[in-house]
Design a protein around this ligand. Structure first.
Ligand code: SAH
Length: 342
């Protein structure tokens, strides 16, 4: 991992200062310059002595990402950002505007090891984990470029956040810290394909970050086909752990369900889903499949409504997410597409 003070949390920055023979408060000041005031170079750190600025610079680069491409979907205001890392790898982030919220969808890895058959990032395999600084900088750069405040962050870009657990949690605490980006913990959602031991671990974290699980099927047979991780952690194990999470944290869990024509959109699928979820305090988020040139198709609008109607009267909330950014290849599961082609 590239060395940089951008990879440090609030606590780590103070320890770093001590190691350099400085007072912890200098670490706190640097943390604010980097994450709250968003400075790009040490020259702007007015209250930091010149010799300390030199120490920071010796530690490694302050900027970890470079903007390569920026696209705006005029229709819904969704924006896509292609960044290159210092090692030349590329990653994408998306800004979604809705109802007064600015949500940034961040990537947590370059590529992904999950191999979900409907997801484009899977084609890439896993190249490497992103560092905490590279994750946080996606939000910093988007704030700087749009001159707008980012109100929400979702870990739903490229990668499996729970396969990069430590850096993802570090990034989330920096995004949340009041001296950092100051984004409310309840406005930060981490989405996983279902790494059961990490869900368990996440249940005991002292933060209010939200958890989403990509379910996508309501029985093992179908889930095995769509998400190979299900062969390692079965649906019943995953749902038992989801229930454990809601018991321990007293929070709702969000289940995501990518709706694919003829694959998981029958009445029987809905009935199985209702049976599985009704004993877990949860919300169900249905995402109509974004077509990429694969063997899967998005159901027609009528079929989507029909599927939704099966949930009338259930004891959990059901929402439909028509993920934005389709015109600019920025919708769920499409992020890898342009990286490769550009
Ligand atoms: N690995 C994590 C986060 C990244 S994927 C996870 O699995 O949750 C974020 C969401 O996009 C997941 O719910 C995934 O199922 C969904 N997704 C992936 N490809 C998609 C596509 N082509 N259309 C719609 N949703 C997709």
């Amino acid at each position: 991992m590239m060395n940089s003070i951008k990879n440090l949390t609030y606590d780590e920055m103070q320890k770093w200062a001590l190691q350099k023979g400085l007072k912890p408060f200098v670490g706190r000041q640097i943390f604010e310059w980097v994450f709250s005031k968003n400075v790009e170079s040490t020259d702007s750190m007015r209250n930091i002595a010149k010799n300390v600025r030199n120490i920071i610079e010796k530690e490694g680069p302050l900027s970890l990402l470079e903007l390569k491409k920026h696209e705006v979907n005029e229709g819904d205001g969704t924006e896509k950002f292609l960044f290159s890392c210092l090692d030349g790898n590329a990653l994408e982030s998306v800004l979604i505007r809705s109802a007064g919220r600015n949500t940034v969808c961040v990537s947590s890895q370059i590529g992904c090891a999950m191999g979900c058959t409907f997801c484009r990032t899977a084609d890439m395999g896993i190249l490497r984990d992103l560092s905490s600084g590279e994750i946080v900088e996606q939000v910093i750069q988007i704030t700087r470029l749009t001159h707008e405040r980012v109100t929400n962050v979702v870990f739903m870009g490229m990668g499996e956040p729970f396969n990069n657990y430590q850096e993802v949690i570090k990034a989330a605490t920096v995004l949340n810290h009041e001296k950092g980006l100051n984004i409310g913990a309840r406005h930060i959602t981490i989405s996983t394909a279902g790494i059961v031991p990490r869900v368990r671990e996440f249940s005991h974290l002292p933060y209010q970050f939200k958890l989403a699980i990509s379910l996508n099927a309501a029985n093992d047979e179908k889930r095995n086909e769509l998400m190979p991780i299900n062969r390692r952690y079965s649906l019943s194990e995953l749902l038992k752990t989801a229930k454990y999470y809601t018991d321990v944290t007293n929070k709702l869990i969000t289940f995501e369900y990518v709706l694919i024509d003829g694959v998981n959109n029958t009445q029987k699928d809905a009935q199985e889903l209702i049976k599985q979820l009704s004993h877990i305090p949860s919300k169900l988020n249905i995402i109509p499949f974004n077509e990429i040139d694969s063997k899967f198709q998005r159901p027609g609008e009528r079929d989507i409504s029909t599927f939704l109607s099966y949930f009338e009267g259930v004891n959990f909330a059901v929402t439909l997410r028509n993920s934005g950014g389709k015109g600019i290849q920025a919708a769920c599961g499409q992020l890898y597409h342009e990286v490769l082609l550009s």
